[in-house]
Write a protein that binds this ligand. Sequence first.
Ligand code: G6P
Ligand code: MN
Length: 427
Amino acid sequence: MSVKIAIVGAGSGYMPGVIRGLLHRADDLSGAELAFCDIDADHLALMARLARAMFAARGADFTVTEHTGLESALDGASYVFTTFRPGGMAARHLDEAIPLRHGVVGQETAGPGGFLMACRSVPVLLRIADLADPGAWIVNYTNPTNVVTDAVLRHRPGTRIIGLCDQHVGDTVMWAELLGLPSGGLEADWIGLNHATWAERVRLHGEPIDLPARLAELEVPDGGATPWRDPSRMAELAKALGFLPNSYAKYYFFHDEVVEELRAKGTTRAQDILAMLPAYYASIAAEAAKPDPDPGRERGGGEHGEFAVDVICALHRDERRRVIVNTSNNGAISSLDDDAVVEVPAVVGRDGPVPLTMGPLPAPVRGLTQAIHAYERLAADAAATGDRRVALQALMAHPFVRSKRTAERILQEGLAAHRAHLPQFAP
Ligand code: G6P
Ligand code: MN
C-alpha cells in the first residue's frame, strides 16, 4: 500500500532541498502521495509545480496534492513533516529585534527570540497532533524544535513525534576542515539540547580521534564567519573547553560581543532574508518552467531536505539507522532528567528513536546545559498554556537574561508585538 506524507510548510524556501531529498529516496518511497500544505497559496502552487517538474524529469513515482488547510493534508497521512515558520519572516524580525533593544542577543531559536517563536509554534503543533491520524509520525523541523517536541510529548501524551535539526551535519563538516581531516568519514557524538550540543567523542572512519591533542595544536583562524557558522570563535572555544561546541555556543560564550555586532550590523537576519526572497522565488518559478529544473540552494543548503527524508525512510522502512534527533532522554544523557527532550544519537526504526547511552555532559558546560533545559521546559509549558507567570519564569531562567526587569520588559513587548499569533495569551 502506498504511503501518504504530509508536508506542512510546503511553500517554504527550503522546499527545493526537500524535493531533492525526496528524489534521492524516490525508489524507497515509490508510489507515495505527497500532500503539500501551506497557508500561502501562491508559494504552495509554485513548489507543487516545481516538484512535479523535477519528479517527471527523473521518473520519480510520486503524486503531489495541494492543500491550504491542515485537515485534508493530514487525513490518512502516516508521516507529517512540519517545516513552517509561524508568522513568517516578519514575525522572526520581531523575535530578533526585541531582545536586542534590551541588551540581549536577538536570535530566531536561542534566548527570548526563540521563546517568542515557541509561543507561536507550539499551539500549531498541538493542533497538528490533535488532527493527525493515531499512529502517524510527526517529523518536526519547526523551531525551536526541542521545545516544540517537548510540548507535544507532554501536552498531547501518546503522540509520536521526532524533532529534527541538521545543524550538526554542517558543524561536523566545519570541524573536519578546522582539524584538517577529510569530512566524509567524520562522525561526532553530539549530545545535549538542540542548538546546545557538545561532542567529546569523535571518530574518523570508525576510529576514535584524540580530540584534546588535536585541539591543542589547532590554530585559531581569522574571520570566515557566515550567518550559520563562526569558525574563529568556535576554534577559540573548543581550545578552551577541550571538546567541540555546537555553533550556537557563540551566543552563550560571546554574548556581549555578539550583542554589539548585531547592533552595529543594523539589520536583522530576517530582514536580510526578506530582501533576497523575491529574487529567489522568481528564480524558482523560472526553473519550474524548465524540462529538468535545477533550483538554487540559497535556502536550507543541501543537508536540510535529505536529512528529513532519510529520517522518514528510517521510520517507514524500519532501517534502524543511527541518526541524531530530539527525543525523550530516558537516561541517554545522565546529567539531564529522564523525561527531558534531548538531542542525542539514536537508532531510528519503525517504533521510533531509541537513544544511545551517552553518559554525562562534559563538566565545563554541564550547568549551562541544565539551565537551558530548565528554561526550555518552562517555555514549552508557557507556550502550551498561555500562563504569563510561567512565561516570565522561563525568561528569567534563560542564561541570556537572568534579570527579572529585563524578562518583564521583553515579555511585555514580545507578547504585544505578536498578539495576533498568540491566542493562548489573550487577556
Ligand atoms: C540552521 C539551524 C536551523 C535554523 C537555520 C536558520 O540550519 O539549524 O534551526 O532555522 O539555521 O537559517 P537562516 O538561513 O534562516 O538564518
Ligand atoms: Mn536547527
